[in-house]
Write a protein that binds this ligand. Structure first.
Ligand SMILES: NC(=O)c1ccc[n+]([C@@H]2O[C@H](COP(=O)([O-])OP(=O)(O)OC[C@H]3O[C@@H](n4cnc5c(N)ncnc54)[C@H](OP(=O)(O)O)[C@@H]3O)[C@@H](O)[C@H]2O)c1
Length: 236
């Protein structure tokens, strides 16, 4: 029997991250689920354990580098290696004009959506390098390619994720590590419903559809070129 693949999924307590937790573990992955909310984290961990999946819940904040290192160390101790990192945790406020946006909201957005991706990417590369393999999937957004009025901080963070993806991809290709960005359109999650309550669910991707795309990007035989931004969307 081959060794199970191992994935770390950030922001795994809700939305796309939770759908990834279910999708990856149903396919045989050992998963580390990282999130801030203990109750929601325990709930998804227990659900996966009941289905006899191997799962580790690590409570932490992507803005805190020691929480991030802790998650990577615990994953290595429990599962031995890391094949995939899904940098999914994110926040969005909106639609708020820049002049009315608070500095606190600006820093929370950039620190979570961009600096969190930086911390986790930096922490997993040393574990991937010696195995000369590994796939890092950064969740950007359609708003990482096109500015949206009222979402300046969010767009700045998601444009930044694409720049980070393209640059790190070049740095790590010599070690066989692949880095890609996924740019989804609207997804039917708490985040989207809070920002765009008028959007009809039929025009939105489901978290499960996005998780399935992330799973296919995590396949070592997937042909997507490292450094690429992959787009998926429905109507919005
Ligand atoms: N929904 C959309 O339309 C859409 C479209 C394109 C891209 N995206 C991106 O897709 C990703 C997932 O979004 P979603 O729609 O699933 O949103 P969501 O339902 O709001 O879930 C966001 C997840 O990120 C976690 N999170 C937030 N801040 C965190 C932090 N500092 N440390 C650790 N975890 C944190 C949340 O947990 P807490 O309970 O701790 O807050 C939650 O588990 C995000 O990067 C988002 O920007 C979303």
């Amino acid at each position: 029997m081959s060794t199970p693949r191992v994935a770390i999924i950030t922001g795994a307590t809700r939305g796309v991250g939770r759908a990834c937790a279910r999708t990856f573990s149903a396919t045989g992955y050992n998963v580390t689920l990282f999130g801030r909310n203990s109750d929601l984290l325990n709930k998804i961990v227990e659900e996966i354990k009941e289905r006899s999946g191997r799962v580790l819940g690590v409570k932490g904040d992507v803005r805190n580098p020691s929480d991030v290192r802790d998650a990577v160390e615990k994953t290595l101790r429990n599962f031995g290696h890391i094949d995939v990192l899904v940098n999914n945790a994110g926040v969005g406020y909106g639609l708020i004009p820049l002049t009315e946006f608070s500095d606190k909201q600006w820093h929370e957005t950039i620190d979570t959506n961009l600096t969190g991706v930086y911390y986790f990417t930096k922490a997993v590369i040393p574990a991937m390098k010696p195995r000369r393999s590994g796939i890092i999937i950064n969740i950007s957004s359609g708003a990482g390619r096109h500015g949206v009025g009222g979402l300046s901080a969010y767009c700045a963070s998601k444009f930044g994720v694409i720049g980070l993806t393209e640059s790190v991809a070049e740095e790590v290709k010599q070690y066989g590590i692949k880095v890609v960005a996924l740019c989804p359109g609207g997804i039917n999650t708490e985040m989207h419903r809070a920002i765009f309550p008028e959007h009809e669910p039929e025009g939105l991707l489901t978290p499960e559809e996005v998780a399935q795309k992330i799973l296919s990007l995590s396949d070592p035989d997937d042909g997507t070129r490292s450094g690429t931004s992959v787009h998926i969307h429905k109507r919005y």
